[in-house]
Design a protein around this ligand. Structure first.
Ligand code: ADP
Ligand code: MG
Length: 473
């Protein structure tokens, strides 16, 4: 394996060497990138596109939000023959949510090309429509390993023409126990193909996958070095029995709008949730046992600023594309420095200053030493006693999520809901936050002060000419 290492640093975005112009991409694709506002390549794109476009196998490691999708999508799109109605590229993703995100990004990038059909194949949806879509021919399929395997076993997915196989979020798929499924799928793909593997971290299983299913892969790793430029890290000494309570103390002192709190176990997540609720703090948690609809609801509430804290394990949080986090709290210290770096990388995105707080019990000392060494930092120690809970007003999120029963199935669009709120109901655009339309429900964030009244007005009025049921979450 060839290893290429590069470090992401603010200065590495050199506009001449990082322009897409230097890549062997068709002019129409260059134009699409321009239209999308992709002026320069992200570091992972700059490091991997020359390799993927040259047809090599690749293992690429970079954090969430670094632009990995385009790093493989541009390669598979340029190889595609639109006149051949057969599946030529397949992307495996851990969850439906991520598969949807990938599909969307490929669609955006493919818009200059004529009639490229991309199909999402995930569990949780009925087989029949997927089968009939496959019968009509697709060029690219994006899906979860289980469902893809189902289709292969039924003979409804033919992979004879496949020339690119992508394993996206490979570490998370391994965490979710998909090794065997991935193996099943990869073994039945044509041997003559390009295999691309993307991952945020690098657990052992990745090497096993690579050895078994990849051909002389090149490797690109983007080590994150936050070196205090954007993220201020503070380490708080706590006694074990204070750990959960101190999260609320930190939150009431710093008063962030959105915080991601990491615990090492699901049980700890549950305990923290209880502790936060007891202090009147709106918190939600994500875990693998949740149904997709519950997950969607949690993520929507967190993203639209109507939930102050999202409590999660590393497994549950991986791959989530949530932006603008003011704060990350490591409620438990992770034994793996790489995971620590990944956790704190969730704050301070897009040139905003981030804040990462880590709670250290007496038994965590060694872990902190390892983390500090690997990040080459001197930990900044603080004591909880320094924090005055001077502002005793409760910490409440600025928005409230209203759920309207009715979604894509009822052909409701975001504009319909915005229209109802700013039209008949008489609110301003500023009082309405994010609107998310799912299959059966629509979620709209509204200013906390108008939430109660907005529920009443929406229920009394009409959305898309129909009376709707509404409640606040
Ligand atoms: P990852 O898979 O690494 O988590 P994504 O591929 O989902 O990241 O990209 C994150 C976001 O960055 C997306 O909204 C995408 O449209 C945007 N993006 C990707 N590449 C570029 C680029 N070169 N310039 C500007 N935005 C980009
Ligand atoms: Mg991704």
């Amino acid at each position: 394996m060839t290893t290429q290492q590069s470090n992401t640093s603010p200065n590495s975005a050199d506009s001449t060497s990082n322009s897409f112009n230097g890549l062997p991409l068709p002019p129409a694709m260059q134009a699409t990138l321009q239209q999308l506002g992709y002026m320069t390549m992200t570091p992972i794109q700059a490091a991997s596109l020359p390799i993927t476009l040259a047809g090599h196998d690749l293992i690429a490691q970079a954090k969430t939000g670094s632009g990995k999708t385009a790093a493989f999508a541009l390669a598979l799109l340029t190889k595609l023959n639109p006149r051949r109605f057969a599946v030529q590229a397949m992307v495996l993703c851990p969850t439906r949510e991520l598969a949807d995100q990938v599909t969307q990004e490929i669609r955006r990038l493919a818009r200059s090309a004529d009639n490229i059909k991309i199909l999402t194949l995930c569990g949780g949806s009925t087989m029949r429509p997927q089968i009939s879509s496959l019968e009509h021919g697709a060029h690219i399929v994006v899906g979860t390993p289980g469902r893809i395997m189902d289709h292969m076993e039924r003979g409804t997915l033919n992979l004879e023409a496949l020339s690119t196989l992508v394993l996206d979020e490979a570490d998370r798929m391994l965490d979710m126990g998909f090794y065997e499924d991935i193996a099943f799928v990869a073994k039945r793909c044509p041997a003559e193909r390009q295999t691309l593997l993307f991952s945020a971290t690098y657990p052992d299983g990745i090497t096993r996958l690579a050895r078994q299913f990849m051909c002389k892969p090149k490797e690109v790793k983007l080590l994150e070095q936050h070196e205090g430029t954007k993220i201020s890290q503070r380490f708080y000494e706590v006694e074990e029995e204070q750990r959960l309570q101190s999260v609320a103390v930190l939150l009431k002192h710093y008063r962030p709008i959105s915080t991601l709190a990491f615990c090492n176990t699901k049980q700890q997540c549950r305990s923290l949730l209880e502790a936060l609720h007891a202090r009147g703090i709106k918190a939600l948690t994500l875990n693998g046992d949740m149904e997709q609809r519950e997950r969607d609801q949690v993520l929507i509430q967190f993203a639209n600023r109507s939930c102050s804290v999202l409590v999660a394990t590393d497994v549950a949080a991986r791959g989530l594309d949530i932006d603008k986090l003011e704060m990350v709290i490591n409620v438990d210290v992770t034994p793996d420095p790489e995971i620590h770096v990944h956790r704190i990388g969730r704050t301070g995105r897009a040139d905003q200053n981030g804040c990462a707080l880590t709670l250290c019990g007496p038994a965590d000392r060694n872990r902190i030493i390892t983390i500090a060494k690997s990040m080459r930092i001197v930990p900044e120690w603080h004591e909880l006693d320094e924090l005055k809970e001077d502002d005793q007003s409760p910490l409440v999120p600025p928005m409230v999520t209203l759920r309207i029963l009715g979604g894509r199935k009822e052909k409701i669009r975001a504009g319909d809901v915005l229209g109802a709120l700013t039209g008949d109901a008489g609110y301003t655009r500023e009082q309405v936050g994010k609107i998310a339309v799912t299959e059966f429900s629509t979620y709209v964030a509204v200013d906390r002060n108008i939430a109660h009244e907005a529920v009443r007005k929406l229920a009394a009025g009409k959305v898309k000419g129909k009376t709707v049921k509404v409640h606040a979450l």
